[in-house]
Design a protein around this ligand. Structure first.
Ligand code: ADP
Ligand code: MG
Length: 465
């Protein structure tokens, strides 16, 4: 609370405790834990008890939910007032703008010659990371590194993948784990951007020696979003030296980037070459099942029961990345918090997420090429085999499966799909029909096709539409 007055502060704490006692169910108490931190500067003002909140919608909801109870609580303490009033305060962060909780690992000012570290998200731990086929390699490598920093051959560990897929989460999980098990180790989490800024500062202040010494004392260097060093040649030189001396001392380095080392444009080859000497792992877009599992775990984390049907709807429709999915879930959770009397239906969810769903459609339309590649990989055949005219059954099935999925999961016409397969539209139609008939009777094949669909990030239920 921002209330400066000590007695006001403790009065507020008493109110909080009292209101909690008045709430009959755990669900309501959990909701209170989430909502009360949004209230600020409570104070007695004549006949009123005034509490500031971030926005108008909160004024209405909090008034409905809590004003009577707070009034009752005040009466219990012998304070008689006319009304509890919520008002929109200035400079108050809203639900969406709330800062994530951070855990400060090392103070922001350098200590004992150890470099400054940026705060890590408290909840980016291994426990909170949902494993799935899209991230299992990255997860396994990260776990190994966390258990033996500097002692595995995974040094450096280089994690790459699209935005919002969990790279920072996994990297910070290593940091948390190491800090828990080895509090004596110095862990430095820093984004490349900040690292670069510190370097520039050191240059300007003639403090390079100190900069170098500090970074070379780190036991675990977590360098996030390394793609930022692209094109910064002088800095790359400095980083190369830091990197080499850490390697020489068997210290652990973990990096993330949105592209693979070899695709880091504007980065010297000797540097990208070094990045590849340990372990390079990719995080891919999660499948439908993994997305659903992540949603369930996030819903659990906010101690909210959101019906399966709703979570499935989100997983099905928000596919681009996990962060977008979390945003969608937050919107639903906020709605539930503020509308306790309205049951959450699919229709309401659809309405709440209308904009994000529209946006998704423009982001992720699968290409026929992606489908062919995934199918080929699944069956262990080559892309060329899919495109060939070879008619052995081991090739015909994957080819027709790819045709079937292209018809079901893309918006392309038969003619366009035909072109991609170097076949006629009639051949594509026949192929897709054949698979359609076969999966109705062959459950193994149906499972295969569903698995591939899921790997493509889509929901198998789309196949029946
Ligand atoms: P990136 O660094 O790849 O852009 P982040 O690590 O910031 O992505 O992840 C974005 C959000 O998605 C975070 O809130 C993170 O906790 C969540 N997230 C991503 N992948 C997973 C996962 N496998 N399990 C749980 N949460 C995940
Ligand atoms: Mg990140």
């Amino acid at each position: 609370m921002e209330e400066k007055n000590k007695s006001g502060d403790s009065l507020w704490n008493d109110i909080v405790r009292q209101v909690k006692m008045l709430l009959p169910t755990e669900l309501e108490r959990n909701r209170m834990d989430r909502l009360f931190p949004l209230m600020h500067s409570p104070k007695l003002d004549g006949n009123l008890y005034v509490i500031e909140v971030g926005e108008q919608i909160q004024v209405e909801m909090f008034t409905n939910l809590y004003s009577k109870m707070i009034l009752e609580a005040l009466q219990t303490f012998g304070i008689k007032i006319g009304e509890v009033r919520f008002v929109v305060g200035k400079d108050i962060t809203t639900v969406q703008q709330q800062q994530p909780q951070f855990r400060h690992t090392v103070q922001n000012t350098p200590q004992r010659g150890v470099p400054s570290t940026m705060p890590m998200h408290e909840n980016y731990t291994f426990e909170n990371f949902v494993k799935g086929p899209s991230n299992s390699f990255a997860h396994a490598a990260a776990t190994a590194v966390a258990k033996g920093p500097g002692r595995t051959s995974y040094n450096p560990l280089f994690i790459y993948g699209g935005t919002g897929l969990g790279k920072t989460h996994l990297m910070e999980a290593i940091g948390h784990y190491v800090l828990d098990k080895h509090p004596e180790m110095s862990v430095c989490y820093i984004t490349s951007e900040t690292f670069l800024n510190e370097y520039v500062n050191a240059l300007q202040n003639d403090a390079m020696q100190a900069f170098r010494e500090r970074y070379r004392k780190v036991d675990l260097l977590l360098l996030d979003d390394v793609q930022f060093i692209a094109g910064k040649n002088q800095f790359q030189e400095e980083f190369f030296n830091t990197f080499n001396s850490l390697m020489g001392l068997h210290k652990q380095v973990v990096m993330t980037s949105d592209v693979a080392p070899k695709d880091l444009k504007g980065c010297e080859e000797r540097l990208t070459g070094r990045f590849q000497q340990g372990m390079v792992v990719e995080i891919e877009s999660p499948s439908y099942e993994t997305r659903l599992a992540i949603l369930k775990s996030k819903a659990n984390a906010v101690r909210h029961h959101i019906p399966d049907e709703i979570l499935k709807f989100i997983a099905e429709n928000i596919r681009s990345h996990v962060r977008a999915m979390e945003g969608a879930l937050n919107r639903v959770v906020t709605f539930v918090d503020f509308n306790t009397d309205i049951p959450l239906t699919l229709e309401i969810t659809q309405h709440l997420l209308k904009d994000s769903i529209e946006e998704e459609k423009t982001i992720k339309d699968l290409t026929v090429d992606e489908i062919m590649r995934t199918v080929a990989q699944f069956y262990g055949v080559k892309m060329d085999d899919i495109l060939s005219k070879e008619r052995t059954q081991t090739l015909v099935t994957p080819r027709q499966v790819a045709m079937f999925l292209s018809c079901k999961l893309t918006t392309r016409s038969l003619v366009e799909i035909g072109r991609a397969f170097e076949k006629t539209h009639a051949t594509v139609y026949h192929g897709a029909q054949t698979i359609q008939k076969r999966i109705d009777v062959e459950s193994d094949l149906r499972k295969t096709v569903e698995n591939i669909t899921s790997q493509l990030g889509r929901n198998p239920s789309e196949l029946t539409k």
